[in-house]
Design a protein around this ligand. Structure first.
Ligand code: ADP
Length: 274
């Protein structure tokens, strides 16, 4: 009698335990698979510029009696070295945004500052393509978050907008406050008149190393990591990044992030009260 009662009580608990264990295991497997995938991708991505550098250095040696050729090859070596540098930097950035909790050193970050910094970062490529950067005034908008991570996120979106737009187009960056059930949010949108992104690619562009057109991305110095960094930063701040796009017309990327409670004189409301 008693044995049966006990096993009847244990059985549902046991099966739930087994279920938890299985879930844990599949979760661990999934994480392991993602990690393995990432390492494989990184190795592949590193091999491209390293391989090119190795071939180019051989070419330089073979062309030692042709100064013009040497100069040409050396120039291409510089481009490959720069690509390698930016790839390594983005891998470091990505691992940093994945490992650090951005809210550990969160502070009110002015949207105006973020926008100015992002525009500054893209000034050269934008000027080269005669792209007009139009920023909507966003005074008194503050995000609660990690300044450098937020700057990296917006910088990536603006950089993409410039990279994937034809010459003499316009990139708009605008910030605004939107009411949301869990408290106000700050929305920053980056709109371009570029190539646009097909529906089938729209879900995938936030994956690490995913590019719609790898050759084009590489040509503009892209690594395929930018949007995965943006997505991580948004999520770890309790926000999100979304994309709207029409092929051949352009795209709008929108960051939604928690607002910081800052009064109009720029002081944190909570400290102002204390
Ligand atoms: P990348 O370094 O290649 O720019 P990202 O992760 O930033 O990597 O973006 C992934 C891909 O998404 C890009 O290779 C590009 O194909 C596409 N993409 C990103 N932003 C835009 C945009 N504003 N317009 C069109 N395509 C874009």
């Amino acid at each position: 009698g008693e044995g049966l009662a006990v096993s009847a009580r244990v059985a549902p608990l046991g099966s739930r335990l087994v279920l938890l264990l299985v879930e844990d295991l599949t979760d661990a497997r999934r994480i392991e698979a993602v990690r393995r995938d990432f390492v494989a991708n990184v190795s592949h991505e590193l091999k491209t510029p390293v391989g090119a550098l190795s071939l180019l250095s051989e070419a330089v040696m073979d062309a030692s009696d042709d100064p013009e050729a040497v100069e040409r090859f050396a120039g291409r070596m510089q481009i490959e070295a720069a690509r390698l540098t930016s790839l390594v930097q983005e891998i470091i950035d990505l691992s940093r945004v994945q490992d650090d909790n951005p809210l550990d050193d969160a502070e009110p970050v002015a949207v105006d500052d973020l926008v100015a910094e992002a525009v500054d970062r893209c000034r050269h490529p934008a000027n080269a393509k005669q792209i007009t950067m139009a920023t909507g005034g966003a005074p008194d908008l503050y995000i609660w978050g990690n300044r450098s991570q937020l700057a990296a996120a917006l910088g990536n979106l603006v950089e993409n907008a410039v990279n994937y737009s034809p010459a003499r187009t316009r990139v708009g960056i605008a910030g605004r406050r939107v009411a949301a059930p869990g408290g106000d949010l700050i929305e920053i949108s980056v709109t371009d008149q570029g190539t646009g992104i097909s529906e089938k690619d729209r879900d995938r562009i936030f994956e690490r190393f995913y590019r719609v057109d790898p050759a084009r991305s590489r040509a503009t110095g892209g690594t395929g990591l930018g949007l995965s960094i943006v997505k991580h930063v948004a999520a770890s701040h309790g926000g999100e990044v979304t994309v709207w796009s029409a092929e051949g017309q352009g795209s709008t990327f929108t960051l939604r992030l928690p607002e910081a409670a800052v009064s109009r004189d720029g002081r944190d409301r909570s400290t102002a009260v204390a």
